[in-house]
Design a binder for this molecule. Structure first.
Ligand SMILES: O=C(O)CCC(=O)C(=O)O
Ligand SMILES: [Fe+2]
Length: 374
């Protein structure tokens, strides 16, 4: 604990050993490193997490190798919940096309929205996943559902450690969740095809994640994920076997008044030189908070946070250089609406079909030409 405070800027992402929480002699070490990672970096690698990812990783090539019509049967535009398959070029970040193909799934959930009752539009954001035909990919659904539940548990455990790192009781952040049956977390399986370009192809453009914590499994050998440090430089986050990458979303940054830093990140398309063969695969899990939670009504009392921790935040400064612009609405909208606005911008074809009013507000001139919508 006597080590000097690391500099607030960073040139690499720290690696934390999750097994250190198991022993009272090593846990304080973990918590100390976690403080630095949360406050200054907003990203960390987590090693020795007791989740077996091998069954899921083994399924990924087969999922993308499904016949195109089997993928199209579960296309995202079927789903008011923005769950399902997005073909290459159907997604959009910061006004540019992302060159990735993906399946969005989620933890089991019954949608709260009921037509004709005047429910808020964002109540429809969560609902059941669309799964590929079991006979085409036997066991995949059970494997992915198991994985989502395992990472959901990890995300709840980790948020308790995060509270401890800020000198708060482990339950301090529970107020942001709803009851179990009214919560849903999402997980995607993503394929970034190789391009022959100079390594600047947009796999996904600069952005923040929306929720509390993201747990990312880098499921192939390509580098490509990058995060933006305080001076605006892009830092590589290459895959490290046996680790998850954990990062902070905009809701957690807002709720903690900037103690936990949401960090701008992007993925460059893999190239023959980026360290792997074939496409790059990744599996991000996004931990949400309650749909109706309005963060302005729930900002953590920073008076409960020990002054030495507030000092670390102040030494970092409140604003770093960033290329990301999304999820700025937490200062006025419930969390569900902020997420819905983000989904509309990323998937305009889905929004045009299911949320025509909101679509018109955000895209008064129709779907941008660059988006090859279904
Ligand atoms: O694929 C990755 O490595 C990161 C993806 C990502 O940042 C996202 O989908 O929000
Ligand atoms: Fe992200």
């Amino acid at each position: 604990m006597s080590s000097p405070s690391p500099s607030p800027n960073f040139s690499s992402v720290p690696i934390l050993d999750y097994s250190q929480i198991l022993s009272p002699t090593t846990k304080p070490h973990f918590i100390h490193h976690l403080q630095h990672a949360l406050i200054n970096v907003g990203f960390l690698y987590l090693s020795n997490v007791p989740i077996d990812t091998s069954a899921l990783t083994a399924c990924i090539p087969g999922l993308f190798a499904l016949p195109q019509d089997a993928k199209d049967d579960i296309r995202m535009s079927n789903s008011k919940h923005f769950l399902g398959y997005s073909k290459l070029g159907a997604e959009f970040t910061k006004g540019r096309t992302d060159w990735r193909e993906q399946f969005d799934f989620a933890t089991p959930h019954v949608s709260r929205g009921i037509d004709g009752r005047g429910d808020p539009d964002y109540w429809y954001l969560w609902g059941p996943s669309q799964w590929p035909d079991e006979s085409l990919l036997p066991g995949f659904k059970a494997t992915m559902e198991r994985y989502l539940l395992d990472v959901q548990q990890l995300s709840y455990d980790f948020i308790g450690l995060l509270a401890e790192a800020f000198g708060l009781p482990p339950e301090a952040l529970k107020q942001y969740y709803d009851t179990d049956e009214r919560m849903q977390h999402r997980g995607k399986i993503v394929r970034y095809p190789q391009t022959e370009t100079d390594g600047e192809g947009q796999g996904v453009g600069p952005h923040y994640d929306a929720g509390f914590l993201t747990f990312l499994l880098q499921a192939s050998d390509h580098k490509g994920l990058q995060v933006q440090n305080l001076s605006g430089d892009w830092i590589d986050v290459p895959p490290i076997p046996g680790t998850f990458v954990v990062n902070i979303g905009k809701a957690l940054e807002f709720a903690t008044q900037g103690l936990a830093r949401a960090t701008s990140h992007r993925v460059l398309s893999p190239t023959p030189a980026s360290g792997g063969t074939g496409p790059r695969y990744s599996v991000p899990f996004f931990q949400n908070i309650g749909l109706d939670t309005k963060l302005t009504e729930h900002v953590l009392e920073c008076t409960c946070v020990p002054p030495e921790i507030l000092k670390l935040r102040d030494a970092r400064g409140r604003v770093g250089a960033t290329d990301s612009v999304n999820f700025t609405e937490f200062d006025r909208e419930p969390s569900g609406r902020v997420n819905l606005i983000g989904r509309v911008k990323s998937h305009p074809d889905v929004a045009e079909r299911h949320y025509p009013e909101l679509f018109k507000q955000i895209f008064p001139n129709g779907v941008p030409k660059e988006v090859s919508a279904y």
